[in-house]
Design a protein around this ligand. Structure first.
Ligand code: ADP
Ligand code: MG
Length: 269
């Protein structure tokens, strides 16, 4: 879990975020109308960066929680701790976000068990409260509190999914990989490479993404292309950078690996 300090006027620089469509406007309206938001899309396509950007824009603190299947309601809400001979209550990250009117971003919310997720329900409707069972406190959400969750619809589909009773509490924004032009701009900025190399890396990414039809389960995300760009910018030969930053992370399959390396070699021949 990580926290970002409260936004403090112009002193904090805007996180670099390239918008895809009207998501900034829709999110801002959801914030205004007190609607919870769900970001849907593959890993590495800019969901986290978008939330960071919106927190900056809305001048709200940001509390980020990465969900996993061991995450309990207490991890979110808080617990009693024994300190010397006294027992003291300590707020969890969700409770802190509720009290201080932060954006609370739960990444990969499907990874959390249903009994953990239900804790969010009373925060997503007109009640905007967080009941703390252990203390009996009913915490009203401060103005500015907003719940944001992310969810990768392609990943572990069937095995895990959000219950309709949960998903129907959110306005959903769909994310996908940006069109080549825009992705190249992102890779250039984030990777610190020139426009030409950024464009070529994005072309490679597009070719590799087409291998999905040939059994590549995870296609390269913008994040992986940025990683390759960073390595290349640091002086590593660009092919080597692509092998390590893109090819190897994506698959352990020797046949797919060879096919991907061939595409790297053909792109940077
Ligand atoms: N629209 C975008 N604007 C700026 N940077 C982006 C964008 N999309 C992806 N990136 C880059 O890709 C990286 C991964 O994005 P991230 O937001 O962490 O993905 P997600 O949360 O969807 O897994 C970011 O750190 C950033 O460098
Ligand atoms: Mg993320």
């Amino acid at each position: 879990m990580e926290r970002t300090a409260p936004a403090s006027g112009a002193s904090r620089e805007a996180p670099f975020y390239v918008a895809a469509a009207d998501e900034v406007e829709v999110f801002a309206q959801c914030h205004e109308r007190r609607l919870a938001v769900m970001l849907k899309g593959p890993t590495g396509c800019g969901k986290t960066r978008f939330v960071e950007y919106m927190a900056w824009r809305l001048q709200r603190p940001l509390v980020t929680i990465s969900c996993h299947d061991d995450l309990t309601a207490s991890d979110l809400v808080g617990r009693f701790l024994v300190r010397h001979d006294a027992t003291v209550w300590q707020d969890g990250p969700l409770t802190r976000a509720v009290r201080e009117g932060a954006l609370c971003y739960l990444a990969e919310v499907v990874e959390a068990r249903q009994d953990t997720v239900v804790v969010l329900h009373p925060l997503t409707d007109h009640r905007r409260v967080l009941p703390i069972d252990r203390t009996g406190e009913l915490v009203a959400a401060a103005p500015g509190f907003q719940l944001v969750v992310s969810y990768n619809p392609g990943y572990q589909r069937m095995l895990k999914d959000l219950k309709p009773s949960t998903r129907q509490r959110f306005v959903a924004l769909d994310f996908s990989f940006p069109p080549p032009e825009r992705e190249a701009g992102i890779v250039q900025h984030e990777g610190g490479v020139d426009a030409g190399l950024a464009r070529t890396l994005v072309e490679l990414g597009q070719r590799l993404r087409s291998l999905q039809d040939r059994g590549l389960a995870e296609v390269p995300s913008t994040r992986l292309i940025v990683a390759a760009a960073r390595l290349a910018a640091s002086g590593i030969a660009v092919r080597t950078a692509c092998y390590h930053a893109i090819v190897s992370p994506l698959s352990d399959d020797p046949v797919l690996g060879a096919a991907m390396r061939d595409l790297v070699d053909a792109t940077f021949a």
